[in-house]
Design a protein around this ligand. Structure first.
Ligand SMILES: Nc1ncnc2c1ncn2[C@@H]1O[C@H](COP(=O)(O)OP(=O)(O)O)[C@@H](O)[C@H]1O
Ligand SMILES: CC(=O)N[C@@H](CCC(=O)OP(=O)(O)O)C(=O)O
Length: 286
């Protein structure tokens, strides 16, 4: 007798086929934020989705954050976390801890998880193969060793992709004197996606997307035209960690990334829904 659940599974796969064909051999950059990494179950689901994308021939690049893990480590060593417009004030000691947490702990854990899901992953940070050139970020506030990316060399990432690896990137880099810089992971993902000529940039966080009222999850803004952003900032709708996120979406759209969106990492398989269906979840930037 025909098992109806198998027939539904076959239909789902068939529905995904046009999207698999559309994205075959295309580069998709996924930024995985620290706030969406808190549940082991979800972390596993995200890694399994990325392995699936890679197995169907989509060139997935994973750029990760780890803000909450950095906060925990700083707390353990008695350093207070300070943020200015969503960016961490980073003195020399903090920069070393950021490198230890992001390039050491979080990066290697994600690589191991991808491997557990039968993916082949390669962990990298901005210093590897001189991928990210940085200088001290300029601005009204002194943020210490927060890095502004001046150049991206995509070769280490392309080499990894062309050899069948899923590149997993921690967003720390060093200058020519060996000073460690801390780079916001959203900003790095946007610059890397642009440099790679990526088809998609997906920012995965722990909120539905850009909300009109950040305390009301039903107030999702499904689409934002980048020209509206200055107005949204002025109105105070965009604040805190959302500021670098939105700025980097604007940058990515302006630099030619075809589809840039913020999605909710708490929704199981949100990456697959976003890439392999026409169901719009989260906020799309145009
Ligand atoms: N208008 C807004 N819509 C949604 N989130 C907002 C908004 N303004 C501020 N935020 C805050 O931004 C946070 C997401 O940024 P962040 O904490 O840096 O995430 P991640 O670690 O995933 O990069 C949300 O959890 C929310 O508290
Ligand atoms: C300069 C700056 O703020 N760097 C970030 C880097 C990590 C990050 O961006 O992590 P999430 O994506 O989890 O927020 C930080 O120190 O928290």
């Amino acid at each position: 007798m025909l098992d109806i659940s198998n027939s539904i599974k076959a239909q789902v796969l068939n529905d995904a086929l046009p999207y698999i064909q559309k994205y075959h051999d295309k580069i998709v950059v996924i930024k995985y934020g620290g706030n969406a990494m808190t549940s082991e179950e979800l972390k596993n689901a995200v890694m399994s989705d990325i392995v699936l994308l890679s197995l169907v021939g989509i060139k997935a690049v994973l750029i990760h954050g780890g803000g909450p893990e950095i906060n925990q480590m700083l707390q353990k060593v008695g350093i207070e976390s300070k943020f200015v417009n969503g960016l961490r004030y980073t003195d020399k000691e903090t920069a070393e801890i950021v490198r230890m947490v992001l390039a050491g702990k979080v990066n290697k854990e994600l690589v191991a998880l991808l491997e557990q899901h039968n993916g082949t992953a390669l962990g990298l940070c901005g210093s590897d193969g001189k991928m990210l050139k940085v200088r001290k970020m300029k601005g009204d506030d002194d943020l210490g060793y927060v890095g502004e990316i001046t150049d991206v060399d995509v070769k280490p990432i392309m080499d990894a992709l062309n050899n069948g690896y899923i590149p997993v990137v921690a967003t720390v880099a060093t200058d020519s004197e060996g000073q460690v810089y801390n780079i916001n992971a959203d900003t790095a993902a946007s610059r890397i996606a642009s440099a790679l000529g990526a088809e998609n940039l997906i920012l995965m966080t722990d909120i539905r997307g850009l909300l009109r009222d950040k305390d009301d999850e039903t107030s999702l803004i499904p689409e934002v035209n980048v020209s509206e952003v200055p107005f949204l900032v002025k109105q105070g709708i965009i604040s805190g960690g959302m500021i670098p996120k939105i700025e980097c979406c604007v940058e990515a759209v302006r630099r030619g990334v075809q589809k840039t969106c913020i999605i909710d990492g708490r929704i199981p398989h949100s990456i697959l829904i976003e890439i392999l269906s026409n169901e719009g979840i989260g906020t799309l930037f145009k």
